[in-house]
Design a protein around this ligand. Structure first.
Ligand code: C2O
Ligand code: CU
Ligand code: CU
Length: 488
């Protein structure tokens, strides 16, 4: 393939690639992890994939988010009625520097109550988007909070009780990116080689893709559909040049667990997860990503042949599970097509052995949480109870370190998420029986596969107040798999 636009590339995409090529400096790139040659795979016909949309950006200082009805553009010439932030999917990416004061106005143009939560951000209770703080249709809310934590990939989404799943499914979700000096010093890829990727599985039919109509099965296992969407586009595709790319991947699905991998089986580097940089680079060939979790990946395409095609996939995996109709967890999916075009990155700086210093926590006491989905279809409980917004379930003193034991006593995955702090994953027994290197550092969501027991070390060290702990399978969450933790 020459540098001329390939069949199926539209003009905008060609210009995008041309600009990236022009911007790249000459010189050979130091391959961090080489992708090697792609395996031959089934080739979708030309034009069957859509260019991965690039979200717009707003500064956290003075942003306005307007959730309201809009049209999601899922493919050239195809759109779906949706609910969107500022008429975009993903909503505008909010960017902040550590130390800034975020000032964000929420204007609710939906016809029902909503509230926005900053997933992974450590903010005071009144700015956290607790479901108790939902605002009515037509109302406005001003959020103000200092950006206190380290650089990382976070996100925002609605959080009204029993309507979170519907509102996210209708198209309401966006990235929240924090940067700081520690991360700057690594010289990570930016601009056109910093890719934000919001993964969602949907019905492939434009008329149904954004409809929220869960079946009984969906209300048990969570909504699983068989067509991958990236940044709102159905079956997305991205042109890459021969250089290092940073992929910030967010699982913003309803229930699906992905197992990310490349179609040629090549290893890649994980540099960060929910809470920012890992202590050191984790080289892996696959990554489990539960709903709400993020990973920050580096992939170098320098040794991939120009004109060839790779796929970021969800690799198949086995799981003891109840029937989920025609769709199941662990299905193989082609998430993002990667087309190698001409062009080279500049000299890539080698990464240091230590990316970030993470001081390990040591727990003084234990606290246990049993997550159970009963075989009565719509019953999902933590410690035997269903969420009551106004009940306090657990109290923990500010500054105290505890070991929280999460036990999944059911045949379904439960991605467990905590507001108000970041924790450290200590152990996993049963199921996959391991803590993966990409689960190091700081996390706000941890995946419990069926029958797994996971321990995490938790400390709230910033704000007193009431913060939710919940399953991030959105059907489970809406059906009450959530507790209130009060930091006293
Ligand atoms: Cu991503 Cu309580 O949520
Ligand atoms: Cu959250
Ligand atoms: Cu769950």
């Amino acid at each position: 393939m020459s540098s001329a636009p390939a069949a199926g590339l539209n003009r905008r995409r060609f210009l995008h690639v041309a600009a990236a090529v022009a911007a790249a400096s000459a010189g050979s790139s130091i391959t961090l992890i080489s992708c090697g040659e792609p395996a031959p795979g089934p080739e979708p016909g030309p034009g069957s994939r859509s260019a991965l949309p690039v979200p717009a950006t707003l500064s956290a200082v003075g942003a306005t988010l307007i959730p309201g009805p809009g049209l999601a553009r899922i493919a050239p010439g195809e759109s779906s009625a949706a609910w969107l932030f500022n008429d975009m999917l993903p909503g505008p990416t909010i960017r902040a520097r550590r130390g800034e004061q975020a000032q964000i106005r929420l204007v609710n143009q939906l016809t029902e109550p909503t509230i926005v939560h900053w997933h992974g951000l450590i903010v005071p209770e009144e700015a956290d988007g607790h479901p108790r703080r939902a605002i009515q249709a037509g109302a406005t809310l001003d959020y103000r909070f200092p950006v206190v934590q380290r650089a990382g990939t976070f996100w925002y989404h609605p959080h009204p009780h029993s309507r979170t799943a519907a509102q996210i499914h209708r198209g309401l979700a966006g990235f929240f990116i924090i940067s700081d000096e520690e991360e700057d010093s690594l010289g990570l890829p930016r601009g056109e080689r910093e890719i934000l990727l919001l993964l969602q599985d949907r019905d492939g039919d434009a008329g149904k893709a954004f409809d929220y109509a869960p079946s009984d099965t969906d209300l048990h296992a969570g909504i699983l559909r068989n067509v991958p969407f990236g940044n709102g586009a159905r079956m997305p595709s991205l042109n890459v040049i021969g250089g290092r790319y940073r992929f910030r991947v967010l699982n913003g699905s309803q229930a699906r667990v992905y197992r990310l991998g490349l179609s040629n089986g090549a290893p890649f580097s994980v540099i960060g997860n929910d809470g920012g940089l890992l202590p050191s680079v984790a080289q892996v060939d696959s990554v489990f990503l539960g709903v709400g979790e993020r990973v920050d990946l580096l992939v170098d395409f320098a040794s991939v042949k120009v004109g060839s095609r790779l796929m970021l996939k969800s690799l198949p995996f086995e799981m003891a599970t109840t029937s989920t109709g025609s769709f199941s967890q662990g299905a193989e999916m082609d998430l993002l097509e990667l087309l190698r075009t001409e062009g080279a990155g500049g000299i890539e700086r080698p990464l240091p052995a230590t990316l970030s210093n993470v001081a390990p926590l040591a727990a003084a006491s234990d606290r246990a949480f049993l997550l159970r989905s009963s075989n009565q279809k719509e019953v999902h409980l933590i410690n035997g109870v269903s969420f009551d917004m106004d009940r306090i379930d657990e109290r923990i003193p500010l500054g105290q370190v505890e070991r929280w034991i999460f036990l999944n006593d059911s045949p379904l995955p439960h991605p467990v998420h905590l507001h108000g702090t970041q924790f450290q994953v200590e152990s996993r027994v049963g199921g996959r029986n391991t803590v993966y290197p990409y689960e190091g550092g700081w996390k706000d969501t941890v995946l419990l596969m069926p029958l797994e027991k996971v321990t995490v070390l938790v400390r709230f060290d910033r704000y007193r107040g009431v913060f939710p702990l919940h399953c991030h399978n959105l059907q489970h969450e809406d059906l009450g798999m959530m507790l209130n933790v009060e930091v006293t």
